[in-house]
Structure formats: C-alpha cells, structure tokens
Design a protein around this ligand. Structure first.
Ligand code: PLP
Length: 382
C-alpha cells in the first residue's frame, strides 16, 4: 500500500513502454549529424513540446535537467550569477533543501537574503512580501506547493507583486506539476522547476522552464546542448519518459484530482473519527489534492511509520530528507506546531494508482497502532 507519492512515484507502464525503444534500437546521440542522431533528435523535441504543452509554455522555454534539485540550483545560482550581484534574494523558511542549500551558499557569499515566515497554517504573509520587495530588485524563489504539508502558496498573486516591483520570479513547482493544472500563459513566473519522478516518470530527469528573455547563467559548462544553457549529452530515454508522463497527466488531470482528493478526504475524516488527539497540519483549503499531513499527539511519528511498514503501508514522516532524524522537520517547526504534536506528524500522499481499498485498509490498520503506541507512551495519554 504505497502512500508516499510526494517522495517518489511508480513509473507509469505507458512511460516504460515509450522509453524502451531508446535503450534497444534508438540509441544514437541527438547531436550527431548522421541518421542515428537525426532519428533520435525528433523524439527529444517531441518530448520538449509535450512538457511545454502541459504547463502552457513554448517549447523553446524548456531546458531538460537531471532532477528538480538541479533545476532549482540552476534557477537560483544561474540567475544570481547573471545579475552580477545586482539582486536581493527573497524566499521562505519552508522551502525544500534543494532551495535552502543554494540559499545558504548565497548567504555565505554575502548576498542579501530574506526568508519569509509562515503562519500556523503554513501560509506566508503577503504584507511581509510587499515590504521586502520594497528593498530593491530581487530574485524571488517561492515554492508552489509544499512537499510536507501540500500547502499551496498563492503564486498567481505573488508573481503579480514581484513583477510590479521589477523582480524575477522562480517557483519550485516539483510537487504541484502533475497534480494540479498549470498554465504559464496566465501565471507569468519567469522560472519554474519540475521533476519527473513526482509524476510517474523515472528518477533522474527534470526540467527548468525559463521564460523568453530571462537571463540565467548555465551551471554545467561543456557542450552546446539545450541551446548552450545546459551542457551534457541528453538523457534521451528519460527525456522521452518525462514527455510521456506529462502527456498522460494532462489527459485527465481534473478527473484524477477529484478522485484522489475524495480518497484523501475520506482518509482524513476516517482518522479524525477513529483516533483521538489528532490534528491536521497546514491550510486545508489551499492544499494539494493528494496530501495529508496529520499529527498524532503524544507519540513519535517514526514509531507509527515502523508499525505501518510492518503492516505493508508506506507513508512518511515528512520530507524524505529529514526522516531518519528524530527532529521535527523545518517546515513543521516554522509553522509553530506544538512540540507534542510536531513529533507525531505523518504524511500520507496519494497518486492515481491508489484505490478505495487502500484507504479502507489504512483506516482499519492505523487506529490499533495508535492505541498500542499511546498505551506505552511516556505521556500516558490515549
Ligand atoms: N523540490 C521539492 C518541493 C521536492 O519535494 C523535491 C523532492 O522531494 C525536490 C525539489 C527535489 O527534486 P529531485 O528529487 O528531482 O531532485
């Protein structure tokens, strides 16, 4: 029972099928002048169009990368480098480490970095953003949806504010692409990161959207690929796989959102009914349709996960990067979730491949686990 789809997703059978010929027969280098290369090049360009169509972009605005982490690094480091120190940098305290670590590097290099706070629902204060935009031209990097809580920031309003202040807007959209429709003709971000393995393509492929006219220095120097913006021979099978995953997701995204959110809501309601001392973390209105972050007070999230894992249920205690440590994640801490709840937070994240039977099984299996752990909890609560 796999309920950890914000960590990674299974590769869709259609994606595997689309990729297979590129391991067997179509193995040419797309840069080669001969037929082996030419044959393959058209598939790379077709995948670029599939990705662009899915997010309302032009094909020339898509750069293939190796993952979401690379896309974020390129957007942040590449834009700051291209601006030659002219920009302030604005972000939030709840970004993924793939943004937080480049941010740390910017701080170490003496850039002016401003990190926005979030409130108890995980939302930023647009008033605070407006104030800091007044300090001068900025690169603003704000995630579209949070990986741990599913909380979505109002990117449409944010981008209008950033543009009005003459800034550049990047969004880490790794968690939202494939889960909600995105149209960059309407929402005019300058840079957007996405990652294949969050939408049923394999791990090891991502893309960075760069709006025409936005200046980004390359991270990888060495080849003319991707219009000179990202050197390295293209990972053709994975690029084809990402294109197919975008096309598949685009076919029925609103139907899937409805089905997945109905399952998530039933899971949430069932847990709240069957277990005492539980709280849902994060804004429940502006939230990804597939994500539920829930705290079981007085017990450790890690213990719940071990017990669920024994029962064949895969969930997570938040970001895969912070699980393994018993510290509550930076996201939960930034929201000021009380200590007693922060330690017992669990993330369930669903996909189109989950079924009602999965939800029934979790609702049957989880309450006895909670009961058992509470009976041995040092806090002695039920
Ligand atoms: N950004 C967010 C919000 C994520 O959730 C993740 C992965 O969990 C990443 C970036 C990194 O993506 P990748 O694993 O493709 O490097």
């Amino acid at each position: 029972m796999y309920l950890d789809n914000n960590a990674t997703t299974s590769v869709a059978p259609e994606v595997i099928e689309a990729m297979t010929p590129f391991f067997r027969d179509l193995w040419g280098n797309p840069s080669s002048m001969h037929a082996f290369g030419g044959q393959v090049r058209q598939y790379v360009e077709n995948a670029r169009r599939q990705v662009a169509d899915f997010i309302g972009a032009d094909k020339s605005e898509i750069i293939f990368t190796s993952c979401g982490t690379e896309s974020n690094n390129m957007a942040i480091r590449g834009t700051m480098e291209a601006s030659a120190g002219r920009l302030n940098f604005i972000t939030t305290r709840v970004e993924h480490p793939a943004v937080l670590e480049p941010v740390r590097m910017l701080k170490d290099r003496g850039y002016n970095v401003i990190e926005l706070d979030v409130d108890s629902s995980g939302q930023i204060d647009l008033g605070q953003l407006k104030r800091v935009l007044g300090y001068g031209p900025a690169l603003v990097s704000i995630m579209w949806a949070n990986n741990e809580t599913g909380v979505m920031f109002p990117v449409s309003e944010i981008v209008d504010m950033v543009k009005a202040a003459g800034g550049i807007m990047h969004t880490d959209a790794v968690q939202i692409v494939g889960k909600m429709p995105i149209d960059l003709r309407a929402i005019k971000v300058d840079l957007l990161s996405l990652s294949g393995h969050k939408l049923h393509a394999p791990k090891g492929i991502g893309a960075l959207y760069v709006r025409k006219g936005t200046r980004v220095a390359p991270l990888l120097l060495g080849g003319h690929q991707e219009g000179g913006k990202r050197g390295g021979t293209e990972n053709v099978p994975y690029i084809v796989g990402l294109g197919m995953a975008c096309e598949l997701a685009g076919k029925n995204i609103s139907g899937e959102m409805t089905r997945v959110s109905a399952m998530r809501d039933r899971l949430q309601k069932g847990i709240l009914e069957k277990c005492s001392n539980v709280r849902v973390n994060g804004d429940q209105v502006h939230r990804l349709p597939n994500t539920l972050n829930i705290s079981f007070l007085y017990i450790e999230g890690e213990s719940i996960l071990y017990h669920l894992s024994d029962l064949g249920i895969a969930a997570s205690s938040g970001s895969a990067c912070t699980s393994g440590s018993l510290e509550p994640s930076h996201v939960i801490r930034a929201m000021g979730v009380p200590f007693i709840a922060a330690h017992g937070s669990i993330r369930f994240s669903l996909s189109r491949y989950n079924t009602d039977a999965d939800i029934d099984y979790v609702l049957e299996s989880l309450p006895p686990v909670i009961k058992k752990l509470r009976s041995i909890s040092p806090f002695g609560r039920t």
